[in-house]
Design a binder for this molecule. Structure first.
Ligand SMILES: O=C(CO)[C@@H](O)[C@H](O)COP(=O)(O)O
Length: 259
């Protein structure tokens, strides 16, 4: 099973005074998800939105609200965000992740785990390999806290390792993504792409969203093709072995078919 591209504008770069129309504008340009950055001014030095804003936005859209929690004690946010209509709940690696994942799922949200640039990739393996796993890994490509920062290409090693280990996992990248960096992220194996300033800063967001979507689509397709080719080769080899082992005389069958 392959993964699909998910294009998620980061609403942090939108005009908060017009959130509903900004969301609609992005969805009209075929964005798949809306990325909502929830910051508490403590886990990161910035303060943004919380459950009341998600609840207000939910009244205007059915879109997947991909919430990224940059907060201390994310468990306190599960209940209010679930009620408010959040769809995804991505938290930073926590000690009580077992309980957190369970609670997120019990509120019908999709759990994800985020990695700051300094977090080791090994820290997320137990959460993906668990019997009750997260469904997405978010690899931060900037230090969390603010939009408009420079993409960190060295984070692509994490994406590559994750994609190799988990071919059908949703892998999201966030920070500094746009037309000039998408090739690196998509080639490494990211399929969920968060981008804020590049989309909201463009006169025509479609000129940013479409190339991003297209690049991710073709990279994923290429990977699917590679997997399919390998499978076809394996089946052909198996058939060849069966035929040679059973010593079937194909000339009868072939001549029968031709007649
Ligand atoms: O979570 C964050 C920042 O902490 C991001 O979602 C940014 O909002 C991405 O913005 P750009 O780098 O695309 O402007």
């Amino acid at each position: 099973m392959g993964v699909t591209p998910k294009i998620a504008p980061s609403m942090l770069s939108s005009d908060f005074a017009n959130l509903a129309s900004e969301a609609k504008r992005m969805l009209d340009f075929v964005a798949d998800w809306l990325h909502m950055d929830i910051m508490d001014g403590h886990f990161v030095p910035n303060l943004t939105i919380g459950a009341p804003v998600i609840e207000s936005l939910r009244k205007h859209t059915k879109a997947f609200l991909d919430c990224h929690l940059m907060v201390t004690n994310p468990i306190d946010y599960v209940e209010p965000l679930g009620k408010a209509g959040a769809s995804g709940f991505t938290f930073h690696v926590e000690e009580n992740w077992h309980e957190l994942i369970q609670k997120i799922k019990s509120k019908a949200m999709r759990p994800g785990v985020a990695l700051k640039p300094g977090t080791l990739i090994e820290e997320v393996y137990p959460l993906v390999d668990s019997e009750n796993p997260v469904e997405m890994v978010l690899v931060m490509t900037v230090e969390p806290g603010f939009g408009g920062q420079k993409f960190m290409p060295q984070m692509m090693d994490k994406v590559r390792v994750l994609r190799k280990k988990y071919p059908s996992l949703d892998i999201e990248v966030d920070g500094g993504l746009g037309p000039s960096t998408i090739e690196m992220a998509a080639s490494a194996g990211a399929n969920c792409i968060v981008a804020g300033s590049s989309k909201f800063g463009a006169a025509e967001p479609g000129t940013v969203i479409y190339p991003i979507c297209e690049t991710v689509f073709w990279k994923i397709r290429r990977n699917v093709d590679i997997i399919l080719t390998a499978k076809i080769k394996a089946y052909m080899f198996l058939i060849y072995q069966i035929i040679t082992h059973c010593m079937i005389d194909w000339s009868h069958i072939i001549s029968f078919e031709i007649q």
